[in-house]
Ligand binder design. Structure first.
Ligand code: FAD
Length: 281
């Protein structure tokens, strides 16, 4: 399941019928990458539950590529998680991206699960090896972790609880990824750690999101993007250069695949795929 051509694409569940049409069109175009699976995010506290289920089942039924729902456990109960997983199982879903998630604003009680390792343990206890379980990894460390060492220990907990493979938070510094993988290997963690790749389109949005999730935009990239102001073409061209170079270094350095954060758009990912020689021009 994790050959060197393990490419995957992530979508978010759209709100409107127009958004759904765009997602379906992007999904169709992204078949050119021959992805191993398409994943679908899950809103904080289960806020997109029904829409996530709808897109997952639509993808599984119509794209010809396995669908992998993201599932967050914060604010969930064992019963609600069991019910949802049984629903997915009944529709032939075999891969889950198992996450803690973040507490929705205004909510104080984390519910029956506090961390992703507890979700992974629960799924293994209830469903055995039926599901292939992806978990999140943070080469630049999770923003709430008290130290890099503690974050690694916590990552190890998820692995020991039964994770099959990991997808990273996005990053733009390949050294952070390689160092993280080396540190994992030093701890005996040898599951595939697939880099998450975020194309660059909108600097303001990317900067805001990166600050929140603890992903670093290196100064030279930030400064260059800032200098382009509203020139979307310049941002796109520079972003493509930066991200294709990143992907090339990752694959040449032995990354077991790439997981693309598509933002429900195919264009940049396809251009990246062409530049990397993954798609015939
Ligand atoms: P955890 O692994 O539980 O870690 C969270 C924090 O707690 C870390 O700081 C860790 O060091 C610490 N920790 C972990 N276990 C323990 C423990 N046992 N004891 C003490 N401390 C511990 N969010 C969504 O809402 N929906 C999505 O669909 C979604 N998809 C994502 C996909 C990917 C590939 C990634 C990388 C992230 C995604 N997120 C999503 C964001 C994610 O939910 C947040 O980053 C969240 O803050 C952490 O989730 P986690 O599963 O990594 O948590």
């Amino acid at each position: 399941m994790n050959s060197p051509t393990n490419f995957s694409c992530e979508f978010f569940p759209p709100v409107t019928a127009e958004g759904l049409g765009k997602l379906q069109a992007a999904r169709q175009q992204l078949l050119a990458l021959r992805p191993a699976y398409f994943s679908v995010t899950y809103g904080a506290g289960g806020s997109t539950r029904d829409r996530t289920v709808e897109i997952v089942l639509d993808t599984q039924a119509h794209s010809g590529v396995p669908a992998a729902p993201h599932l967050t456990c914060i604010a969930a109960t064992r019963d609600s998680i069991r019910e949802l997983l049984n629903h997915y199982k009944a529709h032939g879903i075999r891969r889950i991206v198992a996450l803690r998630g973040d507490m929705p604003s205004g909510m104080r009680d984390p519910g029956e699960f506090r961390y992703a390792n507890e979700l992974v343990s629960f799924i293994r206890a209830e469903f055995g090896d039926y599901f292939y379980l992806e978990v999140a990894a943070y080469p630049e460390y999770h923003p709430q972790a008290p130290s890099p060492e503690k974050d690694l220990e916590n990552f190890q907990r998820k692995v020991e609880a039964g994770a099959s493979s990991a997808i990273t938070q996005y990053f733009y510094n390949p050294d952070a990824y390689f160092r993280f993988v080396d540190r994992c290997a030093g701890l005996g963690i040898n599951l595939p750690i697939v880099p998450g790749i975020m194309p660059i389109t909108n600097f303001t949005q990317l900067a805001r999101f990166s600050d929140a999730c603890g992903a670093e935009i290196p100064r030279w990239i930030r400064k260059t993007l800032e200098s382009f102001g509203d020139d979307r073409e310049a941002i796109r061209a520079f972003g493509l250069d930066v991200v294709s170079e990143l992907c090339r270094k990752l694959l040449e350095g032995g990354a077991p695949g790439l997981h693309f954060y598509t933002m429900n758009q195919a264009g940049l990912i396809l251009t990246l795929g062409e530049r990397l020689g993954l798609i015939a021009r």
